[in-house]
Design a protein. Structure first.
Length: 203
């Protein structure tokens, strides 16, 4: 029985592009893999404490950090909702990363997370794709891919719903068709990736 660790970090429980896409992924996962388990953490509704000196010094000896590390190590796949806030990830997701990454325990060349597939839903209000005016401000995909591959040796993949503010910002009205296309692609990608992953883990 495969286990999916699902993390959401968007502040708003309703109307969040990242939450909607992760929900589609999980629904498809459950349909394709009914015997699988989903472990869920809503980091916005139940935020973790920021890493302090005592927890940092304790490492895996800290009960919370040990619990989070064990949860991650037990996961056969990970799904992360990571909306862009102020050009970066939500502070609640950063807190989870700081708590769960324990050098000498689960981070490094012999990480128990090595090879684990991680799907990140990196939603954003505008577009930061290569060739766009704000491409040099893309710090979500670049950061998470570098961190998760270098610390854990994870296999990282992204779903990117962009231009999510087009419907609410008059200045972006002409971008609504592109926003809708991006949204549709994100849902399709979520379904396809969830199906492929469930089949892979069930094999």
């Amino acid at each position: 029985m495969a286990t999916l660790l699902h993390l959401d970090s968007a502040v708003f429980p309703q109307g969040s592009a990242s939450r909607e896409v992760t929900a589609t992924f999980v629904q498809t996962w459950r349909e394709q893999h009914p015997d699988g388990q989903v472990v869920y953490r809503d980091l916005a509704a139940n935020p973790l404490p920021h890493l302090d000196a005592a927890a940092a010094a304790a490492g895996a000896g800290d009960p919370l950090r040990s619990e989070l590390a064990a949860e991650l190590a037990a996961a056969d796949a990970v799904l992360i909702g990571a909306p862009m806030y102020n050009f970066s990830i939500p502070s609640t997701l950063k807190a989870w990363l700081d708590q769960v990454i324990i050098v000498g325990h689960n981070a490094g060349p012999d990480s128990p997370v090595a090879g684990t597939p991680v799907t990140v839903v990196a939603s954003r209000g505008g577009s930061y794709a290569p060739g766009t005016p704000r491409a040099d401000s893309e710090f979500v995909q670049n950061y998470l891919e570098k961190l998760l591959t270098s610390m854990f040796g994870a296999e990282v993949d992204f779903i990117v719903p962009e231009l999510t503010l087009a419907h609410s910002q008059p200045a972006m009205a002409e971008l609504i068709p592109l926003a809708e296309a991006s949204r549709a692609k994100a849902f399709t990608d979520a379904e396809e990736k969830a199906k492929a992953l469930a089949a892979r883990l069930a094999a």
